[in-house]
Design a protein around this ligand. Sequence first.
Ligand code: UD1
Ligand code: CA
Length: 461
Amino acid sequence: MASGLRAVVLAAGKGTRMNSALPKVVHLAAGQPLVRYTLDLCDEIGASALVVVGHEAAIVRAACGARTNLGFVIQEPQLGTGHAVLVALREIPSEPGIAIVVLAGDVPLLRAETLGTLCAMREASDAAAALISFQAPSPSAYGRVVRDDSGAVLRIVEAKDATPEELLITEVNASVYVFDGPRLRETIQNVRSNNAQSEFYLTDAIGMMVAAGHQVEALLLDDPAEATGVNTPTELASVEGEIYRRRATFHMSAGVSIEQPDTVLVGPDVRIARGARIRAFTILEGTTVIESGAVVGPFCRIEDSEIDAGAVILDSCLVRLSKVSAGATVGPFAHIRPDSVVGENAKVGNFVELKKTILGPGSKAPHLSYLGDATIGAKANIGAGSITCNYDGVVKSKTTVEDGAFVGSNSILVAPVTVGRGAYIAAGSVITKDVPDGALALGRARQENKPGWVSRRAKKS
Ligand code: UD1
Ligand code: CA
């Protein structure tokens, strides 16, 4: 794209209809603040972005994240979209040949190709402006695009200022424009606020340009969904559905197998390798990475975690800030809490919880365990129902189980404690002292059998 391309992102408003304490553009859509979709778009078309902030400026700035080619300008007070652009232009050098894209921070479905087409359309006819319009069967609050008998754009009239006849127009303004810089600059200063809302409308600049003899083009979209702005929580939810669908399609076209993609939610920063398989009703969030040949789901949530090649996360697992190494199996119904590592070919079975625990390569915790603050070596076995007592109510302590140790079922390892290499713990033990390498530890009452006791009792009564 042309190097003289700038983008002004309008984000100073409140977004009253979101009915939220937060400004509209910071609301998350499919795991990413709304405004970032617009900034991504600016990046894609090679335009440096200037974001107009005002209401809760600091929060909006933070939501934009760190990126190159990004600047901010404060609009205070917010006197309308035309005023917002006027304020922005003070920060943009007045060079001939510069084109300025203006768009809001609440149109996450807009495609870079469409914006590219809009810019090309304006350049081809050297128009002062080109804008995106679409047909809205019930146009309600949208500005209407008024055309003359020949079909040329005359002006835009805001719904609140429209005559009854104008309100019948169904072609509406999407609020996405590209302007010739100098002609925008000369026009915008003459916009006045003598209208129903006493605001400086950017849309007035369109009619003024036409009146001054400049050409204005409108790109009528085939797919109006693309221009959908987010104004309410309901609209946010529906836009979010479309973003998730697009993302699933993107990953599938990169060779990822996704079962029932409408039920799979993949976050913006998730990476999935070709050849991985994501099963139905699974959510992948944060900086999660799924490597080739891994299978995740159904009904799993993986947050900020790494699932290595060939690992399998079975039904209904929650994995957070952890790593599941190559060939490991987790679940069904396992909870892997932050800072855990499931080693290569290790196995975490059903109803097992790990917290800050390293389960070494080839080790197994197949059933009903809690392992917290533990380091478990290679090829160890944690029997059904065994747990670490890592917390005495005041401090957390560590448990170490060395390579090849065998912890019998229903054992309690009272930390701090170490079970040595190849040691055995008898089932049902409470282990409070370190167990040496190769030893058998019994930490339970010995069983006593009383032969004939049942019949003796029967005779007595
Ligand atoms: C605007 C258009 C309307 C169009 C509609 C599409 C105007 C006057 N009208 O109406 O023709 O059909 O978008 O959604 O432009 N903003 C500022 N500073 C301000 C006012 C607004 O930065 O002083 C920002 C808002 O945060 C928002 C965007 O500009 O991101 C649009 O403002 P809004 O007041 O929502 O305009 P609409 O009434 O939707
Ligand atoms: Ca709006």
